[in-house]
Structure formats: structure tokens, C-alpha cells
Design a protein around this ligand. Sequence first.
Ligand SMILES: Nc1ncnc2c1ncn2[C@@H]1O[C@H](COP(=O)(O)OP(=O)(O)OP(=O)(O)O)[C@@H](O)[C@H]1O
Length: 188
Amino acid sequence: MTALRLEGVACVRGGRDLFAGVDVALSAGEAAVVTGPNGVGKSSLIRIAAGLLAPSEGRVAREGRIALMTEHAALDGERPLAAAIGWWAGLDGRGDAVAGALDAVGLGSAGDVPVRWLSTGQRKRAALARVIASCADIWLLDEPANGLDTASVAVLEGIVARHRTGGGVALVATHLPIDLPGAVEVAL
Ligand SMILES: Nc1ncnc2c1ncn2[C@@H]1O[C@H](COP(=O)(O)OP(=O)(O)OP(=O)(O)O)[C@@H](O)[C@H]1O
């Protein structure tokens, strides 16, 4: 079964052709890394995969629930971290997954800290915890290593590896090196 399939996908934004003919097929346990220079359309491809942006050509098919991580943490800055993530996890019926997700990103002791107090790297790890707690099958990660130190990038790599081991798939746009063994490269 293919969890995520993009066939002949093209993107036009602001009247400009960004890319065309992009094919990606990810089955359980697989990952793809989207690379390319600034402005080429990596984030746009992630948004197309998420269904937030319509491709100008081609088709997208998803089998399973998706979790999207963009440059915005998408967490309520006024709420304590665990509650902010819990709000999202609750929508997925996975409030039970919050504590484990915070532990996985090294924020297990920061659950009562207001999101607005978090540092850049902590906020990025919090966004990743939100993705983990969703227990979604298809992870769409846009620049997940931005703002992370070397140790945190290694944590990110381990988390994506565990997700894949559990049968999940990941489409990851990045301009920073992230080690995802066996991942397909989609060079835009
Ligand atoms: N809402 C929009 N309307 C029109 N053009 C847009 C819109 N959003 C983005 N673009 C343009 O689409 C192009 C691709 O943007 P995108 O963010 O997908 O690139 P990227 O490869 O992720 O870039 P970066 O590496 O800088 O993050 C850019 O030229 C950008 O200005």
C-alpha cells in the first residue's frame, strides 16, 4: 500500500512556473527528502502534499492521517506547552501521547512552561512533539532542522527513524543535512 503518492505534480505560484513532473511514492517505512535552492518551491510541494495548495498539474493521493510541520509552531503561545500540544492531540483522540512526545524531544520537564517562553530551538522541538503526539501516519516536515543544534538534529533523525520503523512515512523539505537512511531525494 502506498501511503503518499504524488504523480506528475506541477506548481505555479504568483504566475510563475516553479516545478513540474514531480513523482513521489512512499509506502510504509519510507521517506523522501525535498532539496533545492531558496525559492524553488520546497515549501510549496509540502503544502501540495498536505492538500493546502492545489497542484497546477498532477495528482496527490494520501492513505492515512497527515501531520504537517511548517516554520510556524502552530502552538498557542499563551498556554503551557503540554496543554498547547494536548489541544492538538485531543483533536486526534491522542491526549495520552503528549507526555511521551515531550520526552522524545527532550522537553519532558517543560510541560508547564508557556509556549511563548520557549527558545527558537525549543519551539522547533515542541512543533515536532506536536507531530509525534498526533500519531499520524504521514509526516510532512518543512525545514524541521531549522534552529536546531547538532544534538537536536540527531534527536530529530532518531524520531523520524522510529516513525518509519512503526510503518509511518515522511516527506521532509530541508536545506540542512538530515540523515534519513534510504530516503529518496526529490531535487527541485
Ligand atoms: N502565496 C504566494 N503567492 C505567490 N507566490 C508565492 C506565495 N507563496 C510563495 N510564493 C512564491 O513561490 C516561490 C516558492 O516558495 P517556497 O516557499 O515554496 O520555496 P522554498 O523552496 O521553500 O524556499 P526557501 O528555501 O527559501 O524556504 C517563491 O518565489 C515565493 O515567493
